[in-house]
Design a protein around this ligand. Structure first.
Ligand SMILES: C[S@@+](CC[C@H](N)C(=O)[O-])C[C@H]1O[C@@H](n2cnc3c(N)ncnc32)[C@H](O)[C@@H]1O
Length: 221
């Protein structure tokens, strides 16, 4: 299986903002104050949109704690921090995490691993699983689903179809992988997330979905 973590360690060192959003204006060499403001504003807007969809379709959900899995430099974590009491950003790339910590809001923490038993009211992950080989990604996904509090919410993005790519480009190649939605649906159901909403996404021909849902509340016996 390709070691995609090595690719992301490289992106974190070499060009973290472009690694997050692959537009030329976010390349290290081109990064102006305006481009940076636009970058952070996109995270505020997107996080508000994801929370808004969740609330519209699933009702108000608790927001004491949130996890941004594959947080990169904290683009969405910062947006989530406006909505939640505490936000944890998790990433595999030390360079990304170092950048994320610079000037971050006080209610954010950036980590490379979670504490045992740490759970969250909202778990978000956008444009991350598509870069992880699915056989590993499904395991990570199940671990995350076990960390959703009862009554808590998810917004998780998966690419499901796109141009075939080679799985053995040079280190630093941005690998893309498609996931099997029926397998994901079964995994969600097994963790008490049975009512979900899918939002179609298209990133330059890579089609995917953001899966929204809430973990069923435990009812008194
Ligand atoms: C395209 S960036 C997206 C960052 C962020 N979600 C956003 O939308 O701003 C993908 C991020 O996923 C991280 N990532 C890739 N594989 C990961 C893994 N196995 N565990 C945690 N993070 C991972 C990368 O290091 C990178 O920061």
């Amino acid at each position: 299986m390709r070691d995609t973590d090595a690719d992301w360690r490289l992106w974190g060192e070499a060009d973290p903002y472009f690694g997050v959003l692959a537009h030329d204006r976010y390349r290290r060499a081109n990064l102006t104050d305006d481009a940076l403001s636009e970058f952070w504003a996109s995270g505020v807007k997107d996080a508000a949109e994801f929370a808004g969809v969740l609330e519209r379709f699933f009702g108000d959900f608790p927001k004491a704690s949130a996890l941004d899995f594959g947080c990169g430099v904290g683009r969405l974590s910062r947006g989530m921090a406006r909505l939640c009491d505490q936000v944890t950003g998790l990433d595999v790339s030390p360079g990304m995490l170092a950048e994320a910590a610079v000037g971050a809001p006080a209610n954010t923490t950036f980590v490379h691993a979670l504490d045992e038993g740490q759970t969250f009211d909202w778990i978000n992950s956008i444009i991350v699983f598509q870069h992880i080989p699915p056989e590993r990604g499904y395991e990570i996904l199940d671990g995350l689903l076990q960390r959703v509090n009862f009554g808590g919410a998810i917004s998780l993005h998966f690419t499901v179809a796109g141009p075939e790519g080679s799985a053995d480009g040079p280190v630093g190649a941005m690998m893309m992988f498609a996931y099997d939605l029926s397998r994901i649906a079964r995994m969600l159901a097994a963790r008490d997330i049975r009512l979900t909403l899918m939002q179609h996404t298209d990133h330059g021909g890579y089609e995917g979905v953001i899966v929204y849902g809430r973990r069923r509340r435990l009812t008194a016996a």
